[in-house]
Ligand binder design. Structure first.
Ligand SMILES: [Fe+2]
Length: 355
C-alpha cells in the first residue's frame, strides 16, 4: 500500500515493527512517526508526537535507519536526504492545540484562588518512587482535571473516591470545599501523610485508607460514592483492577469515573481491549480528551526500559509523557471488578516501558 505523498511501503514497515516488537503497529503509526521526525529531532519529543508505544517507536527507528531513511546521531533522529525524498509530502505532525487550555477544552479562570494555593502547596510534595510506578502529572493538569469534573457536575456536594493520589487531586478538592466527602486510597504513606498534613493545616477533612487494589474493595466502600478518579498503570490487568474497583465504589446509574490512559505504553489494540472490557461493566464513555494529562519527568528515567531501548541516551528536555483523560458514566445494571489478583505482578507487559 503506497500512501499519497510518500513513495515507501508504510504497511510493510508497520508489519515488520509489529513482528519484531510484538506490539501491533499500523501504517498510520509509522506515518505519524515520519511526520514527527519532519518536525523534530528530539527522541522524546518524537515519541510524544508519534503517539504509539515507546518500544515500538524505537524498533521503528531501527528499521528506518536500516532502510537508510533516518540517521541517529548526538543531534537526535533526522531524515536522511534519501528519507526526505521518500517521505515527500507526508502530513507534518505538530502541536496546534489551543494555547490557553492546552487542548483540554476547559478554563481555570473561576479557580484562581485554589490554583494559587495548590501551586504553592504541591512544591513540598514527596518525590515519585519507582517501586510504586509513580509518575505524577503537572499541578496544572491536576487543576484542569478538577475543573473538568466540576463542569461535568461531578464535584459539588458529591462523595468522591480517589484510587491512588500521587497527583494530589484530593488536596485541590479539599481546598475547594465543594465535595461532601473525599476518600483517598493510597499505598504510599509519604503521600497520605502529606495529604493529611495539608488537610489539617488548611482546615479540610480527607478520609485516608490503605489497601492493595489487587484485592477486592472492602465492603464499607462499595456503592458509596458519586465520582471516582484514578490513573492506573497501563497494563490491562492493572487498568481493570483500578478502574473496575472504582466502579464498585460508585453509588447509582449516572455516577462518574475518570481515568488516564496513555498511548506511550498502550497500542490502540490495547485501547480497544480496555474499552471492550470496561463496556461490559455497563458504563458509557462520555469523554476521551487527547493528551489531557502531562506528566513530570519522574527522575528515574535512566532505570526504565524506555531508556534501555533508546538508541540515544539523552535525557528528556521537556515533559514527553502524556495521557488521554477518559470520563464515563454508569448505566442501569452496572457492576465493577471483584476479581482477586492475589500478589501477582500486574504492572508490566510488552508495551510498558517506564517501570
Ligand atoms: Fe482552549
Amino acid at each position: 500500500m503506497k500512501h499519497p505523498g510518500c513513495s515507501m511501503d508504510l504497511k510493510q514497515v508497520a508489519s515488520e515493527v509489529s513482528k519484531k516488537s510484538k506490539i501491533k503497529v499500523s501504517p498510520k503509526d509509522i506515518e505519524r512517526l515520519l511526520g514527527a521526525i519532519r518536525k523534530s529531532s528530539d527522541p522524546w519529543d518524537i515519541i510524544d508526537k508519534s503517539d504509539f508505544p515507546v518500544p515500538a517507536v524505537f524498533q521503528s527507528i531501527g528499521i528506518l535507519k536500516e532502510l537508510g531513511l533516518v540517521s541517529v546521531s548526538k543531534k537526535g533522529f533526522k531524515l536522511t536526504s534519501h528519507g526526505k525524498d521518500i517521505v515527500g509530502e507526508l502530513h507534518p505532525v505538530e502541536d496546534i492545540s489551543c494555547s490557553s487550555c492546552g487542548g483540554r477544552g476547559i478554563s481555570l479562570e473561576g479557580f484562581s484562588d485554589i490554583k494559587e494555593k495548590f501551586l504553592k502547596i504541591q512544591k513540598r510534595r514527596p518525590k515519585p518512587l519507582r517501586k510504586f510506578d509513580q509518575g505524577y502529572v503537572t499541578p496544572i493538569t491536576t487543576l484542569f482535571r478538577f475543573a473538568l469534573a466540576f463542569e461535568r457536575g461531578d464535584i459539588v456536594g458529591k462523595d468522591i473516591m480517589i484510587l491512588g493520589d500521587d497527583d494530589l487531586i484530593s488536596i485541590v478538592l479539599g481546598l475547594s470545599s465543594l465535595p461532601n466527602k473525599i476518600t483517598v486510597v493510597e499505598i504510599d504513606k509519604r503521600i497520605t501523610d502529606f495529604i493529611e498534613y495539608v488537610g489539617v493545616r488548611e482546615g479540610f477533612k480527607i478520609d485516608v485508607q490503605t489497601f492493595d487494589l489487587r484485592h477486592p474493595i472492602p465492603k464499607g466502600y462499595t456503592k458509596e460514592y458519586d465520582t471516582f478518579f484514578t490513573d492506573p498503570p497501563e497494563t490491562l490487568d492493572a487498568a481493570d483492577a483500578f478502574i473496575g474497583r472504582g466502579i464498585t465504589t460508585l453509588r447509582e446509574p449516572g455516577s462518574a469515573g475518570y481515568f488516564g490512559f496513555t498511548r506511550r505504553e498502550a497500542s490502540l489494540t490495547k485501547w480497544h481491549d480496555l474499552q471492550k472490557l470496561l463496556l461490559k461493566y455497563k458504563i458509557v464513555f462520555t469523554d476521551i480528551i487527547h493528551n489531557f494529562s502531562e506528566y513530570i519527568n519522574w527522575g528515574y528515567e535512566e532505570a526504565t526500559k524506555a531508556w534501555r531501548l533508546s538508541p540515544l541516551k539523552i535525557r528528556p528536555r521537556k515533559n514527553w509523557y502524556r495521557s488521554a483523560l477518559y470520563r464515563f458514566e454508569t448505566l442501569d445494571g452496572f457492576r465493577g471488578n471483584k476479581k482477586n489478583y492475589g500478589r501477582r505482578n500486574i504492572y508490566e507487559d510488552q508495551e510498558s516501558s517506564t517501570t
